[in-house]
Design a binder for this molecule. Structure first.
Ligand code: NAD
Ligand code: UDP
Length: 312
């Protein structure tokens, strides 16, 4: 197999660090770039002795020059509490980060993959979500810095492809969970598991009838790498996620059962603009990438619970 030089922005985060492991495991050379806003050195410290791994502290809002074959652009805080902490910075990371990385890809003729999101569909009126759906996004709400930042990043990717022949891949990632999620990042899977393991109240926002479809990290990365390696003309956007949909009450009950926790469920106010339902239509991923998720939620949760037991 051809050994490639690969840049991963946001490589010290949850998904990025697993991607570093995977690509090094496939025999490639990996350069991990991160400003450690939500990522941690801890996620990649086990790779520091590997001569084919390089760790660089850098912010994607600033230009960066390097010679690589591929760029995975993952840099961006992903959990609502983190991306809302400094909304302007979140927009800058998505937009200026995309411009800087696309400019680099253009110069060095690298393939570039954008970690986009199901949030481009907003609070969807089409269910399940297909790639042709334009979305239902509030441009001035508390989630806008993330949703609109990711939407304009998609626009930039398509424009660089059309105007400058940049070789792009756009991946719309649906809720993903697994080991190395930050224990305090506020996402629902990590919150419920940490609360259950500590015997604290489990916080359901709203009445818990809202639903999400959860994809285990290994499945997600399989889809990501397949997309990067897909035929040149296939640019996406393509949904990658697990179509099995659960309500937040169902998720809380599963976590209680799998941890054997005595925690009780409490109900807190639903955050503004919280999407009611989300489920990917993965017909396109199946057809183009031969991809579909394999890990059932219970099995993925057991692995994630084991991880959190070891860190908290
Ligand atoms: P994460 O917060 O763990 O990782 C993001 C990484 O980007 C962190 O290491 C962070 O320090 C880094 N980063 C943030 N701003 C940066 C900047 N300006 N310069 C350099 N590095 C910066 O989140 P994650 O779950 O691993 O998400 C990775 C990517 O996938 C993000 O782009 C996210 O929007 C996207 N995504 C994730 C999910 C999910 O469910 N995990 C869903 C949809 C999209
Ligand atoms: N949520 C919840 N309790 C929590 C954290 C989140 O009920 O402690 C809900 C949240 O309101 C949303 C769903 O779980 O409806 C998924 O939230 P998350 O932040 O994980 O992802 P996103 O909203 O971006 O899909």
């Amino acid at each position: 197999m051809l050994k490639k030089k690969i840049l991963i922005t946001g490589g010290a985060g949850f998904l990025g660090s697993h991607l570093c492991d995977r690509l090094l495991g496939e025999g490639h050379e990996v350069i991990c770039l991160d400003n450690y806003f939500t990522g941690q050195k801890q996620n990649v410290v086990h790779l520091l002795g590997n001569p084919y791994f390089e760790l660089i502290r850098h912010d994607v809002t600033m230009p960066f020059f390097i010679e690589v074959d591929e760029i995975y652009n993952l840099a961006c805080p992903a959990s609502p509490i983190h991306y809302q902490y400094n909304a302007i910075k979140t927009v800058k990371t998505s937009v200026m980060g995309a411009i800087n990385m696309l400019g680099l890809a253009k110069r060095i003729k690298a393939r570039i993959l954008q970690a986009s999101t199901s949030e481009v569909y907003g609070d969807p009126e089409v269910h399940p979500q297909v790639e042709s759906y334009w979305g239902h996004v509030n441009p001035i709400g508390i989630r806008s810095c993330y949703d609109e930042g990711k939407r304009i990043a998609e626009t930039l990717f398509v424009n660089y492809h059309q105007q400058n022949n940049v070789r792009i891949k756009i991946m719309r990632i649906f809720n993903t969970y697994g080991p190395r999620m930050h224990p305090h990042d506020g996402r629902v899977v990590s919150n419920f598991i940490v609360q259950a393991l500590k015997g604290e109240d489990m916080t359901i926002y709203g009445d818990g009838s809202q639903s999400r479809s959860f994809c285990y990290v290994d499945d997600l990365l399989d889809g990501m790498v397949r997309l990067m390696n897909s035929r040149e003309e296939f640019t996406g956007p393509v949904n990658i996620g697990n179509p099995n949909e659960f309500t937040m009450i169902e998720l809380a009950e599963k976590v209680i059962r799998l941890t054997g926790s005595k925690s009780k469920i409490i109900f807190l106010p639903l955050p503004e603009d919280d999407p009611a339902h989300r489920q990917p239509d993965i017909t396109l991923a199946k057809k183009e990438l031969g991809w579909e998720p394999k890990v059932m939620l219970d099995d993925g949760l057991v692995k994630t619970i084991d991880y959190f037991k070891s860190v908290i």
